[in-house]
Design a protein around this ligand. Structure first.
Ligand SMILES: NC(=O)c1ccc[n+]([C@@H]2O[C@H](COP(=O)([O-])OP(=O)(O)OC[C@H]3O[C@@H](n4cnc5c(N)ncnc54)[C@H](O)[C@@H]3O)[C@@H](O)[C@H]2O)c1
Length: 436
């Protein structure tokens, strides 16, 4: 394989993983970020995010000089054959995706293009963004410099991002020319996965449709959990029975506190907005969002049911990150729940295996604890918000002795109800009968 020269703009979860993995498969990569502190850190060999396996490949590829970091887009573009746009696309208050970061990069790229380049959008963007990127490149670029715009949406999951990049289920590439398709095939040649080649608009929609469908499965499980609560059934048994049907599948059918993170909430809202603009009322997705908002309320309702009044009580919150194996707190249900219980006059002891430092800047008046046991000490209840493996291995007898009252709320159905109840807890989980 011929090694390619790649610039990746944006060194966050997606850009850094993309850049490091492209270097790992043999390309020469320059990662660009406008955040000076982040680039300083990366140049010193420090990784600004928690992502298993990432530090190793960043460090080894820096050593072999296949991976570089800079603040200067111009510098990165000098020899780039491919430019990946991997900047953030956060939600605006109306749910629409804020494309100003993508537009800024497209403008800067346009100004600095000197020879044929493939401009690849990796950020999650609404349909038609490829067209807008092309128009921007033409508007700000020098005349007669050829380029191709490609949509290459990213499906990696935080926590398993490196292996998701190296062994993806599929690589989706939206192109408008044979040359761009060939270039993308050459770039990804060492990655053994099916490449699905589409037009640009379809590739853009594949990303939003995939995330929205997964969010729909989660909300379906959560609506089912409400039903199970009412009739005394067990949602884990129901979803196991459903998921055994290969047409349905077991993944993303877990009831709990709902989805969070930087992608699903924003991508569902962006899809609803995008559909409205196209004159389509995507009713299913509005219901998906509503069920997800309700799922978080389960924690507050159950705490009140168990403890009656929350004023002057203390709850030990286990897990702050929006899911295990990441320190990402964007849209994490735990933070929302903490704000709600604090508003009821409840004190919070919090523990997370990796997200504590980031959490300090986001939640106030919380006692940050060094272990789950430390958090449980003197608390009136444990509330598990993130299913870290570490929690599965806790000594339940010890936890019970540390608590003031033995109330355990399992917002992720991590434990076996019989086992927890056998330790003398009043155990509440989502869509399963309460046991004590
Ligand atoms: N995080 C995920 O799991 C995930 C998965 C798939 C797709 N995505 C999508 O990928 C995109 C990036 O997400 P992320 O989680 O990596 O975001 P992030 O916020 O972690 O990183 C974005 C980075 O871009 C940088 N940036 C912004 N404007 C810039 C500019 N003009 N020049 C250089 N750098 C700039 C920021 O400083 C930041 O470091 C989003 O569209 C997101 O929806 C994210």
């Amino acid at each position: 394989m011929k090694s390619k020269q790649v610039a990746v703009v944006g060194s966050g979860y997606v850009g850094l993983v993309t850049g490091a993995c492209l270097a790992e498969i043999g390309h020469r990569v320059v990662c660009v970020d406008s955040d000076r502190a982040k680039v300083r850190m990366l140049k010193k060999g420090h990784i600004p995010i928690y992502e298993p396996g990432l530090p190793e490949i960043v460090l080894s590829n820096r050593k072999t000089r296949r991976l570089h970091f800079t603040n200067s887009l111009e510098e990165a573009l000098v020899s780039a054959e491919y430019i990946f746009i991997a900047v953030n696309t956060p939600p605006l208050p109306n749910g629409e995706a804020d494309l100003s970061y993508v537009e800024t990069v497209a403008r800067q790229v346009g100004r600095h293009l000197r020879r044929y380049t493939v401009v690849v959008d990796k950020s999650t963007v609404p349909v038609n963004t490829g067209d807008k990127v092309r128009q921007t490149l033409l508007l700000y670029g020098k005349k007669n410099v050829p380029f191709d715009v490609v949509s290459n949406p990213e499906f990696l999951r935080e926590g398993t991002a490196v292996s998701d990049f190296m062994k993806p289920d599929r690589i989706v590439v939206g192109v408008e020319s044979q040359k761009a398709e060939t270039m993308m095939r050459e770039l990804y040649a060492p990655v053994k996965a099916d490449m699905i080649v589409t037009d640009i608009k379809s590739a853009e929609l594949i990303k939003h449709a995939s995330n929205s469908f997964l969010a729909t499965k989660i909300s379906f499980a959560n609506a089912l959990a409400q039903m199970c609560d009412r009739v005394g059934a067990d949602v884990t048994q129901v979803t196991q029975g459903m998921g055994a049907d290969p047409r349905i599948g077991p993944s993303f059918l877990k009831a709990g506190l709902g989805y969070g993170g930087s992608c699903f909430p924003k991508d569902v809202s962006a899809f609803i907005h995008m559909a409205e603009e196209a004159g389509v009322d995507f009713k299913i997705l509005r219901a998906v969002r509503e069920v997800n908002d309700q799922a978080r309320l389960w924690a507050l309702e159950r705490l009140k049911k168990a403890l009656w009044n929350l004023r002057d009580k203390t709850v030990a919150v286990w897990g702050l990150a929006f899911k295990p194996d990441t320190d990402d707190l964007r849209n994490a249900p735990a933070l929302d729940i903490i704000h709600r219980v604090q508003a009821e006059g409840c004190r919070v002891n919090a523990y997370d295996p990796v997200a504590m430092d980031k959490a300090r800047g986001l939640i106030k008046n919380v006692r940050f604890c060094r272990t789950p046991y430390d958090a449980a000490r003197g608390a009136d209840a444990v509330l598990l918000c993130t299913e870290w493996k570490e929690f599965r291995d806790v000594d339940l007898a010890k936890v019970k002795n540390l608590l003031r009252t033995p109330v355990f709320l399992d917002g992720r159905n991590l434990f076996d109800p019989v086992q927890v109840a056998a330790h003398g807890f009043q155990y509440h989980s989502v869509g399963r009968p309460t046991s004590s």
